[in-house]
Design a protein around this ligand. Structure first.
Ligand code: IPM
Ligand code: MG
Length: 362
């Protein structure tokens, strides 16, 4: 039976990078003897233009009935002025929450060929290989009360609320410990327990899951988020698995992306429900849209995560990652990771270089 992939390219460079991703997936499927079929849906700004809503019921249904969702990027200046309730980003948040994707995995691995593409010194970033496990459907992104109200004196009051319950913390902690076990690594739980009660609870529950959940063999440290932001730049190699809240994970993963040379390199997997969703961490990059300048490697590496976490094809995933590494080793670069002496190629060409390499690897 064919694996059914819902493809939501979204806005900006989304369609360009997604095309390279689906072509890589088709190729490895044929090489590894399994079938894939793609069904496309409009999300984000593209959906707003077509129907006035960032996510429609048929598209959500398509996602729920697929084996995995591949997502490009959403948003752009065109829709920036819209009300919060119908902004493109709403589609992303609704998909995450409707699909029950409480765990977002963002592996931050520096390909050694890119050690000098980072804005940080080679000796700091070389060897970076960490995983951010971000809680994805709780915390301040979804907590009530929220919104902006007008006060009697004519001023306004804006509120968002950080909420976590014990079960929400337990399940994300387990994902982090399981990931650390697989990597033969350790966990750093990141919070702001010195100030925020909700993350004092976070720290207590993570500690309990560690002790009572059968994970006592795995090292667990706790770190305050401000310190973590600093430590990521000072000495990223001290980290293996970082588990943290929705908002801290959002911020720290963008920061960590820069360790790899470019946010254009970072894949992500959102899991925990029946259907996983896979997206590059970068945004829609309106400034380079349609110019064949986007870096498709984050999306291609995202396909590898999909193969591993949803399609049970880890050998195909390994093959993609090795191909990306080989293409970088040969000196090919997109603009975002460009360095002198390297050959700069466009999005299309980078995609086809990776596909050629996949074919020649065994
Ligand atoms: C991310 C993005 C999203 C988030 C936005 C686009 C809603 O920044 O996936 O990291 O904040 O989760
Ligand atoms: Mg983000």
């Amino acid at each position: 039976m064919n694996a059914k992939i819902a493809v939501f390219s979204g806005d900006g460079i989304g369609p360009e990078v997604v095309k390279e991703g689906t072509e890589v997936l088709s190729l490895v499927a044929s090489l590894h003897g399994f079938g894939v079929e793609f069904e496309e849906g409009l999300v984000g700004g593209a959906s707003i233009d077509a129907s006035g809503k960032p996510l429609t019921d048929p598209v959500l249904k398509l996602a729920k009935q697929s084996d995995a969702v591949l997502l490009g990027a959403m948003g752009g200046p065109k829709w920036d002025g819209l009300d919060y309730s119908i902004r493109p980003e709403r589609a992303l948040l609704a998909l995450r929450s409707e699909l029950g994707l409480f765990a977002n995995l963002r592996p931050v691995r520096l390909f050694s060929a890119l050690a000098s593409a980072s804005t940080l010194k080679r000796k700091v970033v070389e060897g970076t290989d960490l995983l951010v496990v971000r809680e994805l459907i709780g915390g301040i992104y979804f907590g009530q009360p929220k919104g902006v109200t007008r006060l009697p004196d004519g001023t306004e009051r804006g509120v968002n609320t950080e909420v976590y319950t014990t079960p929400e913390i337990e399940r994300i902690a387990r994902v982090a410990f399981e990931a650390a076990r697989k990597r033969r690594g350790y966990v750093t739980s990141v919070d702001k327990a010195n100030v925020l009660e909700v993350t004092e609870l976070w720290r207590r529950v993570v500690t309990r899951v560690h002790r009572e959940g059968g994970y006592a063999d795995i090292r667990l440290d706790h770190m305050l988020v401000d310190n973590c932001a600093m430590q990521l730049l000072r000495d990223p190699k001290q980290f293996d698995v970082i588990v943290t809240t929705n908002m801290f994970g959002d911020i720290l993963s963008d920061e960590a992306a820069m360790l790899t040379g470019s946010i254009g390199m970072l894949p992500s997997a959102s899991i925990g429900g029946k259907v996983g969703m896979y997206e590059p961490v970068h945004g829609s990059a309106p400034d380079i849209t349609g110019r064949d300048m986007a870096n498709p490697l984050a999306t291609i590496l995202t396909i590898a995560l999909m193969l591993r976490h949803s399609l049970d094809r880890s050998e195909a995933a390994d093959r993609i990652e090795r191909a990306v590494e080989a293409v970088l080793d040969e000196g090919y670069r997109t603009t975002d990771i460009q360095e002198s002496g390297r050959r700069v190629v466009g999005c299309r060409e980078m995609g086809s270089l990776v596909r050629e390499k996949i074919q020649s690897l065994h």
